[in-house]
Design a protein around this ligand. Structure first.
Ligand SMILES: NC(=O)C1=CN([C@@H]2O[C@H](COP(=O)(O)OP(=O)(O)OC[C@H]3O[C@@H](n4cnc5c(N)ncnc54)[C@H](O)[C@@H]3O)[C@@H](O)[C@H]2O)C=CC1
Ligand SMILES: O=C(O)C(=O)CO
Length: 324
């Protein structure tokens, strides 16, 4: 049995695969595997393990129908045409749950970095511009007691809400596809409409998946309904906000600041105006990038491969989610 991984995966997942008697071939180059090569590798393999957001479209899957599973080393599956996969009988799996803490922590970090203009001050120091501090210089804003609006109160959104409530006593409001009664009880969270979320939040943190419904939902119309003091955080997918509209909203003072772990496109160009704004903090999509979390993700991705290659039900199928 052979599996091909599109990136070098963490040791723990690799060891699980090897102990299960599976031959593992990895793409060790730091550039993305070219499409032609990817098809060639697929043809030699029984399963593939995908890391990174490379598109997995119908044309590719039509040539790889023999695969027992395409195991994603991610919770997000917006890069996969799930409808085509299901029609072609290809099983797709992901790695939910284990990355919720790390990813919420990156949103939490960004919220504070924006509130205190931390990345901006760091850049000033690097340029030798420490400057002369006065009582009215270098001011950020407090987070304590403010209202956090979570868009997408699933696994990661719930951890972000917990962190913010415990650390800063924030009031939690949320909008989600379905009401989350456990969170309403545990976090005293209030379900609101999308427009109410925009109007009432001091900080909005996006944790939805990227779907046709959520694509560019944060656009000029949405930003215009937010408070001029609001902070926008996106640690989900860059496609959920419209970048030009976000830049305009910040430049015209429609909102106060933004923290992004995800951008559209990725990587962000180094000359992007967002990178020069004092109340903006950008990270290069490192939400789940801790040693412990990436090892845990690799164990789950490996377990999905091992189950599929042994003809057992996979622990984390996502095919059934394509209609959502
Ligand atoms: N920055 C990073 O490194 C990472 C980003 N992510 C992103 O975060 C997303 C969320 O991950 P999880 O919390 O594990 O997923 P989840 O499935 O537990 O939560 C997603 C939530 O979004 C809600 N949602 C979906 N469409 C909606 C809509 N139109 N309106 C309102 N709510 C909607 C769902 O009901 C669900 O509660 C992933 O899909 C992925 O794209 C995930 C991990 C790491
Ligand atoms: O899991 C995901 O969806 C990511 O974006 C990276 O961990």
């Amino acid at each position: 049995m052979k599996v091909f991984t599109t990136r070098v995966i963490p040791e723990e997942g690799l060891a699980l695969l090897q102990r299960a008697g599976i031959t593992v071939t990895q793409w060790s180059d730091l550039t993305e595997i070219p499409a032609k090569e990817r098809i060639a590798k697929c043809k030699e393999s029984d399963a593939m393990l995908f890391a990174g957001g490379q598109k997995i479209d119908r044309a590719f899957m039509e040539q790889c129908r023999h695969l027992k599973v395409i195991s994603l080393l991610s919770v997000g599956y917006d890069n996969v045409d799930l409808k085509a996969a299901t029609e072609l009988g290809l099983q797709i799996t992901n790695t939910p749950g284990v990355l919720s803490n790390a990813t919420a922590d990156s949103a939490f970090l960004l919220m504070q970095a924006v509130a205190r203009k931390a990345f901006f001050h760091h850049k000033r120091i690097l340029k030798g511009e420490w400057g002369f501090s006065t009582p009215t210089a270098n001011l950020g804003v407090d987070i304590e007691g403010k209202t956090l609006g979570i868009w997408g109160l699933g696994n990661i959104g719930t951890v972000m809400a917990k962190r913010c409530r415990a650390a800063f006593g924030m009031k939690i409001i949320y909008n989600n596809r379905h009401r989350n009664e456990a969170a309403e009880k545990d976090l005293d969270a209030t379900f609101v409409s999308f427009d109410e979320l925009l109007q009432q939040s001091d900080v909005i943190s996006v944790h939805t998946s990227l779907t046709p419904d959520t694509k560019e939902k944060f656009n000029a119309a949405a930003f215009s309904k937010m408070k001029p003091s609001a902070i926008f955080i996106n640690a989900a997918r860059g496609g959920v906000h419209n970048e030009k509209d976000l830049i305009a909203a910040l430049q015209t003072g429609q909102i106060w600041g933004a923290g992004l772990d995800v951008t559209n496109p990725e990587p962000m160009n180094a000359d992007n105006p967002l990178l020069e704004m004092p109340t903006v903090a950008v990270l290069p999509h490192i939400g789940s990038a801790t040693i412990e979390t990436r090892n845990a993700m690799s164990r789950i991705a490996a377990a999905n491969v091992i189950a599929a290659l042994n003809g057992k039900p996979v622990p984390n199928p996502v095919n059934h989610l394509y209609s959502l």
